[in-house]
Design a protein around this ligand. Structure first.
Ligand code: AMP
Length: 206
C-alpha cells in the first residue's frame, strides 16, 4: 500500500507519517529528508542546497531521479508512506503507480507561519521541536543547541506557502476528484490529529 502525505508547511505531516509508520508497519520515504541529506559529491549538490535554502522547489529532473532511486530499494517493495513528493502536477503525472490513499492535513496559513517561527532542531539528536510547546521530556532529551532550519526564514517560508497554495493545491484537488483523498484538520495535538486520521482510514476500509 502506498500512502501519500500532503499539507501546507508545518501541518504535522512528518509527525503523522511517523505515527502511521509505526501503526501500519510501513517505511517512510521523505523527499525533504533525502534532499537535505544529499551527499556533497552529488553532481547538483550546490543547486539543491541553493534552491532549498531559498524555499524554492528543487528542479523536477533532480527530484524525480532521487525519488525513483529511493523507492526502488527492496524495503519499499511492499509499500511505503510518501512525504514530500507530488507537490506539482508534473510530479503527480510522473508517479506510477498512484498512491492508494492520500492524507491531506490542513491548517490555516497563519498557523503554518506561527508553527514555523517556533520550529527548532536539536543539533545533537536531530529531533524537531517547537519552542512554543516544548515539553519537559523534550528538554531533557535534547543535549545540543536548538537551531532553525536554513529554509525557515520569513522570505523562504512565505515562498514555500505560496508554492503550496498555487502549485500543490491543484494536485490535492485532483486526488479529491479521484476519491482517494482523506482530509483532516491539523489543528490540535499530534494525538488528536492522529485519531482523526485513524477514524478516516477506518471509514475508508483500511
Ligand atoms: P520539506 O522538508 O518537505 O518541507 O521540504 C523542504 C524543501 O525540499 C522544499 O522547500 C524544497 O526545496 C525541497 N523539496 C521537498 N520536496 C520537494 C518536491 N516534491 N519537489 C521539489 N522540491 C522539493
Amino acid at each position: 500500500m502506498i500512502i501519500q502525505m500532503m499539507g501546507p508547511q508545518a501541518c504535522g505531516k512528518g509527525t503523522q507519517a511517523e505515527l502511521l509508520s509505526k501503526a501500519l508497519q510501513l517505511p517512510i520515504v521523505s523527499l525533504g529528508d533525502l534532499l537535505r541529506n544529499i551527499p556533497k559529491d552529488f553532481p547538483q549538490y550546490t543547486q539543491v542546497e541553493k534552491q532549498m535554502k531559498a524555499g524554492e522547489l528543487v528542479d523536477f529532473e533532480i527530484t524525480a531521479n532521487v525519488i525513483k532511486h529511493a523507492i526502488s530499494k527492496p524495503i519499499y517493495k511492499h509499500g511505503y508512506i510518501l512525504d514530500g513528493w507530488g507537490r506539482i502536477l508534473e510530479q503527480y503525472k510522473f508517479f506510477d503507480p498512484l498512491p492508494d490513499i492520500v492524507i491531506f492535513i490542513n491548517i490555516p496559513r497563519e498557523e503554518s507561519l506561527r508553527r514555523i517561527s517556533g520550529r527548532r532542531i536539536c543539533e545533537s539528536t536531530g529531533e524537531v521541536v517547537n519552542i512554543y510547546t516544548l515539553s519537559p521530556e523534550e528538554v531533557s532529551k535534547c543535549a545540543g543547541p536548538l537551531v532553525q532550519r536554513e529554509d525557515d526564514t520569513p522570505d523562504a517560508i512565505n515562498r514555500r506557502l505560496d508554492i503550496f497554495e498555487n502549485d500543490t493545491m491543484p494536485v490535492v484537488k485532483k486526488y479529491r476528484t479521484q476519491g482517494n483523498l482523506i482530509e483532516v484538520s491539523g489543528l490540535g495535538t499530534p494525538e488528536e490529529v492522529f485519531g482523526r486520521i485513524l477514524k478516516a482510514l477506518e471509514l475508508f476500509g483500511k
